[in-house]
Design a protein around this ligand. Sequence first.
Ligand SMILES: Cc1ncc(COP(=O)(O)O)c(C=O)c1O
Length: 393
Amino acid sequence: MRPDPLSFLNTELDSLRQQGLYRSLRILDDRQAATAHFDGRSVVNLSSNNYLGLTTHPKLIERALAATKEFGVGSGSVRTIAGTMAIHMELERRLAGFKKTDAVVVFQSGFAANAGTVAAILTKDDVVISDELNHASIIDGCRLSKAAIKVFPHKDADAARTILKGLPASQRKLLITDGVFSMDGDLGALPALCDLAEEFGCIMMVDDAHASGVFGSNGRGTIDHFGVHGRVDIQVGTLSKAIGALGGYVAGTRPFIEFLYHRARPFLFSTSHPPSVAATCLAALDILEHEPAIIERLWENTRFFKAGLKSLGFNTGLSESPITPVIAGEGSLAMKLSDRLFQEGVFAQGIAFPTVARDKARVRTIVTATHTRDELQFALDNFQKVGKEVGLI
Ligand SMILES: Cc1ncc(COP(=O)(O)O)c(C=O)c1O
């Protein structure tokens, strides 16, 4: 038998084990809900991005089933050949209206939307000015584009300005930030960055994956929350988090979206969503537009849970959103906190390097609109118990 050419990877895995950072996947045995069964244990679930609880909403399920019966289970092709169904176009029109832009293109995921867009519009002669905590999909898109990448310290618009002042006026520039940062839950410096984009003639792009369905009127996102409609050229959102299904989208002008139809590689070279996914997303938009009380419930739960963690004495960073980190420091301590919480019936995922800085490992919590007060109080009681046990509070 020939030696396994991949055996060097075992060394990497052993090193993760030694550092206490090796993770097995937690298996969800039933539905993605506020209390769910993971690895055979019933736990209060603080680890999903299911902000509004839409993954199991009866209206979404009904529309998905109806679309499956009517149109089948798959689209059968990439969008540019035979895989553009009328329901895909209907979803793009609805999303454009929702985001108050001319047009929208839907991708298979938020990751594909970010990476595919940045890689499509930039070349090696261009430059990206990017917040240091921007999502991996933005970073990968920048790398694929071969543009120069200039990183500014988190939310530091003055530092971004210094970078911009040093660049040739003629060079094409993309200024890019997350709307909500996925690990810290704080908001991008949108108004200040929009000012810079106008002053220096940059393309302004915001990844609103965690803001759509959460911030702004009816969940229109941080562009709406900050009142910067018309000042952001490229808005990205996902259909995989608050919307409860799967996918990503890019909103902007009609010519820009038509360009992406021609050049964004995930759009050209990967099959489009099953019709059930598009139907589910349309039902979710109906809920955002007509039943916004669900978003208010999310915020009530967010305020309650955040205040509870703070009053227990945890370091919850600078979060302004339903994502609340409980910062532990050392990776192994964050993992221990997460594991002990799980044993006590609370699922809050531990996050360590390289997802966050080495000394900022944490467990990350996200409440949803569907958590009850009893569930959240149960979680807080166990955070108190386990936090004391591991010496964090
Ligand atoms: C900030 C941010 N952008 C983009 C994505 C990618 O979205 P999706 O899960 O739809 O691929 C994520 C999700 O993990 C995210 O947190």
